[in-house]
Design a protein around this ligand. Structure first.
Ligand code: GRF
Length: 194
């Protein structure tokens, strides 16, 4: 099965996903697409021999529909069976989400349903939570709201800054996302907890 991976930045999740798709894994990466020209993940993808594309949202002057229409045409040329959003920092409208309904995953750096949106680690620290983590979910029209397919937890330590916590969670993201993707492609949907 062909997997398109959407990024906006360094693409560390993309790298761990791409590296996991070998041997008898049902998936293979067919495309890495970024909305940001020159995103660090693009070079990493090229170094791994994966096709890359850029669709710069700034070329569409706030016209979300036009941006998404272009995204869809570029992505569909690669005929993906699944879309993995990995640090893709654009909010997508129901048009895009509906086009890939049931085929699109995202990783979010919180224990959903807590802390949707941005600055998740600071929110967890400010709330005095003992734990934080990351979630992989199916993408639906509700931002960070679709069915949760997997979660990984880490302790929050007393002296943690948001950056300390982000680094601890990122290590888990790189384990969780590949573990969820392979199950998703095999049609296994019971939730994974790491
Ligand atoms: C990660 O914290 C991930 O949770 C969020 O984007 C951040 C950067 O991810 N979605 P990556 O290194 O670009 O994969």
């Amino acid at each position: 099965k062909k997997v398109a991976i959407l990024i906006s930045g360094g693409g560390s999740n993309m790298v761990s996903l791409a590296k996991s798709m070998t041997g008898d894994h049902p998936g293979r990466p067919c495309l890495v697409l970024s909305n940001v020209p020159g995103a660090g993940g693009l070079q990493k993808a090229e170094d791994m021999g994966i096709a890359t594309e850029v669709v710069d949202h700034r070329d569409f002057k706030g016209d979300r529909e036009a941006f998404e229409t272009k995204l869809i045409s570029v992505i569909d040329a690669y005929e993906p069976d699944a879309i993995a959003m990995a640090g893709f920092m654009r909010i997508l409208t129901p048009t895009f989400i509906g086009h890939y309904a049931g085929k699109m995953l995202n990783i979010h750096p919180s224990l959903l349903p807590k802390y949707k949106g941005l600055h998740t680690h600071q929110h967890a620290i400010d709330a005095g939570d003992a734990e934080a983590g990351c979630s992989v979910h199916e993408v639906t029209a509700e931002l960070d709201g679709g069915p949760i397919l997997g979660q990984a937890r880490v302790p929050i330590l007393p002296e943690d800054t948001a950056d300390d916590l982000a680094a601890r969670v990122l290590v888990k993201e790189h384990l969780l996302y590949p573990a969820v993707l392979v199950r998703f492609l095999r049609g296994e949907t019971e939730m994974l907890s790491l």
